[in-house]
Write a protein that binds this ligand. Sequence first.
Ligand SMILES: [Zn+2]
Ligand SMILES: [Zn+2]
Length: 425
Amino acid sequence: MKCAFKTVRRVTMKCCHFRTRRNPGALVLLLTGVCLAGGQSAGPIATTMANPSPTPVNPPGMVTSPHPVIRARTPVGIPDIPGFVTLKCDFHMHTVFSDGLVWPSVRAEEAWREGLDAIAITDHLEYQPHKEDVSTNHNRAYEIARGTGDALDLLVIRGSEITRQMPPGHLNAIFLTNSASLAVTNWRDAITVAHQQDAFIFWNHPGWDAQTTNGLVLWYPEHTELLNAGILHGIEVVNGRDYYPEAHAWAIEKNLAMLSNSDIHDPLNLDYQVHQGDHRPLTLVFAKERTLESLKQALFARRTAVYSGNWLIGSEQFLRPIFTRSVAVKNPSFSLKAKQRALVQIHNHSEVDYLLKAAGTLPEVSFAQDVRLPAGKTVLLPVTGKTTTEKGKKKISLPYTVANLLVRPNEPLPVTLDLDIALIP
Ligand SMILES: [Zn+2]
Ligand SMILES: [Zn+2]
């Protein structure tokens, strides 16, 4: 209901049909998640789609194609942090069972392919524009997606979107035991039922244009009522491509879990160019283990962060270890003679490009002011001596902030790159 209705574009998986017809073994491989990327096979080069061979040219069971194999999972390159696994999650999405344009099992496979650990299916309770064509059973979308999730080892959570005017606006309840019992007239009754089911409840897209007042994103007395009653647990700081600084500040001030969800209605690839490095917004959840119980516990404990575009947003306790585990100085110890220059190699293991900006100067060395650490690459950082009198080994920390890691609205994470330099006059 947030997104305007869009024309359906028919997308068929001709490529997979083709492989399956030519090579019956391929389907088993695909269903068990053992996919081989195009060109990685040791077998002969496969024929193109335009010129199919009537007989298999590959060893039995092998899948090769000059086309990208899209029915494959790509992990999200964000590290775990000490004591916790970093689960990549999307807790807000729609299917044909409300105003979405895809079948629930497709939602599960899209998420599995994109490297997610968990999704919640959250169709609108009050808005079912396809009800002439599909069931109005509010639990059905979850049940279908859950079947696919179980087969693929993707965690699928039962949820619903309580879809009301502002205030209170739209609220998602996840970890429900029965969505159907939330379909009641009064929104307070719906939330009470969700709370009785021990659901995790959060405020969706607080800055959605259609629900702002004269362009202002407002916190209403109804939200205070829910917060004080212990019924509001989280807030979307990011919904789709939108970031709401107001929601970011409220999450910190009111101790709400920060969430970043797609609210996707279309097939994923209509909205996100996944094959070109784009990704849907993700909520990072720092859980003790990769289970539904652990995930739920982590959400209630507010152990979350936002991963949207090339931004990470969250408290320092989560962003700092992500940065520290992503970035390694490969040659931290070296000697520097007088005003000579040395090159420090810095490797970024993650899929986030870190954008460093110098935060101050040092008496012993000068160093690059702006440094981009691209995902998966090693960068040379020049460090130049400033003194001809200092002598001996020194621990020198280059001070930076990471412009795309926000600990508060407009407040980047401070970091240091730590070096052991032997100064030679
Ligand atoms: Zn909504
Ligand atoms: Zn929605």
